[in-house]
Design a binder for this molecule. Sequence first.
Ligand code: NDP
Ligand SMILES: Nc1nc(O)c(N)c(N[C@@H]2O[C@H](COP(=O)(O)O)[C@@H](O)[C@H]2O)n1
Length: 241
Amino acid sequence: MGPVRDANPTARILLAERQRRDVHVVVNAATSADGKLSSRRREQIAISGPEDFDRVDRIRADSDAVMVGVGTVLADDPSLTLDDAERRERRTENGWSPNPARVVADSRARTPTDARVLDDEATTYVLTGADAPDERIDALRAAGAEIVPTSSERVDLDAAVEQLEAAGIDRLMVEGGGELIFSLFSAGLVDELSVFVGSTIIGGRDAPTLADGEGFVEEFPALALEDVERLDDGVVLTWSA
Ligand SMILES: NC(=O)C1=CN([C@@H]2O[C@H](COP(=O)(O)OP(=O)(O)OC[C@H]3O[C@@H](n4cnc5c(N)ncnc54)[C@H](OP(=O)(O)O)[C@@H]3O)[C@@H](O)[C@H]2O)C=CC1
Ligand SMILES: Nc1nc(O)c(N)c(N[C@@H]2O[C@H](COP(=O)(O)O)[C@@H](O)[C@H]2O)n1
């Protein structure tokens, strides 16, 4: 624990809370040099180059599940599966599923039933809130989703992570977007953050950033810088939280 975090009582409380849970949460994303995840159009932008996408694939391969918010599903329609066939084979040899499971934080069950995260490549958990319409939940179940209900209006991430842990998920990778990442920090659930910072400027006050949500105003989660690595035309920064 670094000196800044030692001096921060909030961080100590968050650490103490986190020690009660065994799920290791790794957040990984790519930002432009000015901290944006995408443009104001919220379309998928390849900020990472081939080396970084390979690093992302490696983290996915080492994870039990890969999580995004429904905003990312609606914007990007990601598959969240492994690109590298050898990594899938290695997982199978180890007795794991070929791809990690997928997790979508989706309070109102808005994930489209034809979304790629609901294909047959992996188990998909959809975390829902108290107001998710029954017909949407039924439709997602029919499309193959495992529903993880929580009792607050927006997904209660702490309760959801506990249920994921009960389902055997010990290493959870989170890819974004900014709304979900902020909430995870707010809930004290993040153990590790790695960010590929690419050499481009996206700009735009309405473009998503690494951590959006309401933002912190007084007590800011403190991180400890663990590693700095040049990759593609950018840099990967890794912190423990
Ligand atoms: N460059 C990169 O590495 C990445 C870029 N992106 C980009 O980010 C953008 C999408 O990000 P963003 O719009 O922030 O969407 P998110 O993927 O963060 O999803 C946000 C939505 O998740 C739902 N949600 C459910 N529970 C919670 C919770 N407890 N806290 C927060 N959100 C919750 C909310 O919808 P509801 O209330 O309906 O549940 C919310 O609107 C896209 O442009 C995408 O391309 C995304 C990932 C990585
Ligand atoms: N690490 C990273 N670098 C970028 O440049 C990105 N645009 C993203 N986006 C994330 O990757 C998901 C796409 O996944 P699939 O290739 O479809 O499996 C996308 O939804 C974002 O979460 N990430």
